[in-house]
Design a protein around this ligand. Sequence first.
Ligand SMILES: Nc1ncnc2c1ncn2[C@@H]1O[C@H](COP(=O)(O)OP(=O)(O)O)[C@@H](O)[C@H]1O
Ligand SMILES: O=C(OP(=O)(O)O)[C@H](O)COP(=O)(O)O
Length: 407
Amino acid sequence: MASFNTLDDLDAEQRVLVRLDLNSPVEDGEVQDNRRFERHASTVSELVDHNHRVVLMAHQGRPGDDDFVSLEQHADILAGHVGTDVQFVADTYGDEAMAAIDALEPGEILLLENVRMVDDELPEESPVEKSETEFVQTLAPKFDAYVNDAYSAAHRRHASLVGFPLVLPAYAGRVMETEYEANSSIATREFDGQVTMVVGGTKATDVIGVMDAIGEKVDQFLVGGIAGELFLRAEGYPVGTDVGDMDLFDEQWENNQDVIEDVLDRRADQVRLPVDLAYENDDGDRAEVSVERIDEKETGYLDVGTETVEGYAPTVHESEAVFVKGALGMFEDERFADGTVGVLEAIAETDCFSVVGGGDTSRAIEMYGLDEDDFSHVSIAGGAYIRALTGEPLPVVEVLEQQAKEN
Ligand SMILES: Nc1ncnc2c1ncn2[C@@H]1O[C@H](COP(=O)(O)OP(=O)(O)O)[C@@H](O)[C@H]1O
Ligand SMILES: O=C(OP(=O)(O)O)[C@H](O)COP(=O)(O)O
């Protein structure tokens, strides 16, 4: 259990400054609705119900990137989820923002402009240095309290995340609370039975790091995606290499070969690898091949095969807890969704404690008609989830805990 203050500790009718993480995919300039809006909307609604004046801060993209855009569209999308108007001001702590904050009535919501447009926001510095910036020093006096709900950005030491809690009474929002409890549980909870981790996706470096860090806590790793092929390569199979213009394997192999070999060496009986793989045949259909029958990699393998799923599912059924990081195949293409969906269905069928993380992987749940309620927790965090799994501290959580202890 984290020992930070939560909304349960916050008195009603305050002027509250809230940090959300509404960072979203942007396609052709259009911000895409996603789980982050829906989740944060419940925190915002709760604050509105308690008659607070609610001022929201968030970021979008990184300076220089195409998705580094204004939060104007975010205000409309969030309003749709909250069911109440969300005002927007194209300013963060200048005169325009200050006037909009002053004009706010109890129960009203105002979203400030993208905090990454403020020079003081981004350089990673200590919370004390961040709290001394002009941004924090100018904005904070307008408020009685600060709420941080941005769990998925909790690994960053930015002004809006770690500066304000040093100068205002600080509370964790509901998303922060829920994400923290669920995602940290692999490190902090003792489960009675078997703990299983499903790892896949394209960012093999991340999941291999998790396997290395958390091997003591996990009984079985069910591996697929790019990591699956890299582990097969380490076992001597002629896969896990780039073919054509693919660049998913060779660089990650060079960066992780030692760790993979070490994990296999120390944890051979914990690591389960695909026994068959799926690819697109000349007719454009899904075809499968046993890994034993591959002589040379000539095509991209886009999913684990049927026999692999049939082998993984019983392990899931026997588990007390299952954590997922990364998809077992390229599930966005229906032909290559069997591995990911098969394992998610197996998890949904059981009443084990389950966490599904990773922005891309969790999209498979709605894409294939699975019910989010059949999982204990579907995380909206990527990098922060990885850190929670490996037990690495999150600066935002540390600051919230520190403030709770001192005040
Ligand atoms: N064999 C594969 N070849 C290509 N892409 C794959 C393969 N297996 C999984 N993927 C892709 O991995 C993506 C998810 O991986 P990743 O971005 O690392 O995870 P997340 O964002 O969920 O943490 C999915 O979009 C899926 O298409
Ligand atoms: O989307 C985010 O992280 P994620 O891609 O790890 O889920 C957060 O908003 C953090 O964004 P950043 O990685 O640009 O600091």
